[in-house]
Ligand binder design. Structure first.
Ligand code: THU
Length: 140
C-alpha cells in the first residue's frame, strides 16, 4: 500500500463522518473501500430506532460497491469516534469482518485503522479474523 493511497483513503473515510447517521450511539464511523482497479467506494454508519437494522460504515461501503458490480477489493480504511472526534482506532465489528471474508482474500486484503493521516496502522484481514469461515469452506 502506497502512503499516498492510504492518505487518500483516510481523507475520504474521514469525510464520511459528516454523513454518519448515529443519533442513538453518537458514535460516528466512516469507511473508504479500495477496489483492485483503484476505485474508492465510501460509507458511513446508519443507525435505526429499532436498533438491529443499523448498518456499519464498512458494510455500507461494501454493499454500495457490490451493488455497482464490484467484487475485487484491495483495502478498506476505517475511522470512527464519539461525536465524530477521532481519538483512537476503530476496528471493524465481527459482522463486518465476516462480510470482508466473503469478498476478500484474507492473506492480502488490507485494513487501515486511522486516527489521522499521520497516525494509522495496517492489518491484513487474516490478522483481524484468523481461521475465518468463507466461500472456500463451501468449495466456492
Ligand atoms: N460501527 C461501525 O460503523 N463500524 C465499526 O467498525 C464499529 C461500529 C458503528 C455501529 C453503530 O452505529 C456505532 O458504530 C456504535 O456501535
Amino acid at each position: 500500500m502506497e502512503k499516498q493511497t492510504a492518505e487518500k483513503m483516510i481523507e475520504l473515510a474521514t469525510g464520511q463522518l459528516a454523513f454518519s447517521y448515529a443519533p442513538y450511539s453518537g458514535f460516528k464511523v466512516g469507511a473508504a473501500l479500495l477496489t483492485q482497479e483503484g476505485k474508492i467506494y465510501t460509507g458511513c454508519n446508519i443507525e435505526n430506532a429499532a436498533y438491529t437494522p443499523s448498518n456499519c460504515a464498512e458494510r455500507t461501503a461494501f454493499f454500495k460497491a457490490v451493488s455497482e458490480g464490484e467484487q475485487a477489493f484491495e483495502a478498506i480504511c476505517i475511522v470512527g469516534g464519539k461525536d465524530g472526534v477521532l481519538t483512537d482506532y476503530t476496528a471493524p465489528c465481527g459482522v463486518c469482518r465476516q462480510v470482508m471474508m466473503e469478498f476478500c482474500n484474507p492473506d492480502t486484503f488490507q485494513i487501515i485503522l486511522a486516527v489521522s493521516k499521520e497516525q494509522y496502522k495496517i492489518f491484513t484481514l487474516k490478522e483481524l479474523f484468523p481461521l475465518g469461515f468463507g466461500p472456500d469452506n463451501l468449495g466456492k
